[in-house]
Design a protein around this ligand. Structure first.
Ligand code: SAM
Length: 260
């Protein structure tokens, strides 16, 4: 079968990598497992072997029937024939009777939209295990001070815990992608630990602060908050965004809200 590059189709074929991923996920009967982009079932079949049931969402209609045929001997595969971005995870979790364990070797062209789609439905999710470009995983887990620390790190770490699990070389896929990959585990923080500040203001502060990351905060945030306002939020305006822990951006957004 000819794979579709535009749909990010790089199928996993390395048995050892697959075993390690499925071991990290630890699927079990009774869980509400949702796979994004099952492709030809490389991950779906071993998950079905362990859990007996899996819901999967795949956009490519050429893959649907072969996948369902392959799955029959492994368990109950419920296939959603759509783009994952059209799937309401909150409604799906309600329908399945509990929070979702979301997994997937994601199509890299759609990584960020999928991550933010999950964040929108965080209360419906127990945890996530995703294969992504290694560079994206490094940005997600980055801590303040490093070159990888930025918008993605702050916006995600404020609402979930991120854990780098394993590196996966291009040779593990057919065809091999041009980039290295990595698997990350994302676990939503309890609602009480997530910021309550206006998400639009938070996103604006983080965007402006990292938009010009070589500048000090008072220069980068000048349009939103002056040095005195930044200080009132408990933050040193002479610092750069890359030095601030995620919670400092929440304090800045709260200060912006108070002054609006
Ligand atoms: N899970 C398989 C594996 O590990 O070998 C395939 C992974 S491949 C990197 C990504 C899969 O996501 C492909 O099957 C592709 O067709 C599917 N896909 C691409 N865009 C999608 C979308 N918007 N919604 C759902 N699936 C999508």
């Amino acid at each position: 079968m000819k794979l579709k590059k535009q749909l990010g189709q790089h199928f996993l074929h390395d048995h050892d990598v697959l075993t390690r991923i499925v071991h990290a996920i630890a699927p079990a009967p009774g869980q509400r497992l949702l796979e994004i982009g099952p492709g030809d079932g490389a991950m779906s079949l071993p998950i079905l072997d362990r859990a007996g049931q899996l819901t999967a969402v795949e956009i490519d209609r050429d893959l649907h029937e072969p996948l369902l045929a392959r799955a029959t001997r492994h368990g109950q595969l419920d296939l959603i024939r759509a783009s994952v971005l059209e799937v309401d995870f909150t409604a799906l979790a309600a329908q399945l009777g509990g929070s979702l364990r979301v997994v997937g070797n994601l199509p890299y062209y759609l990584s960020s939209p999928i991550l933010f789609h999950c964040v929108e439905h965080l209360d419906a999710i127990a945890d996530m295990h995703f294969m992504l470009q290694q560079e994206v995983v490094e940005r997600i887990v980055a801590t303040p001070g490093g070159k990888d620390y930025g918008r993605l790190s702050v916006m995600l770490q404020l609402v979930l815990h991120a854990e780098y699990l394993l590196h996966v070389p291009p040779s593990a896929f057919r065809p091999p992608p041009k980039v290295d990959s990595a698997v990350v585990r994302l676990t939503p923080r309890p609602p009480a630990e997530r910021p309550t500040v206006d998400p639009v203001l938070l996103a604006r502060v983080v965007r402006d602060a990292f938009g010009q990351r070589r500048k000090t905060l008072s220069n980068a945030l000048g349009k939103l908050l002056d040095a005195e306002a930044i200080r009132a939020a408990g933050v040193d305006p002479r610092l750069r965004a890359e030095a601030l822990p995620p919670a400092a951006f929440v304090a800045l957004a709260a200060e912006l809200a108070a002054r609006a």
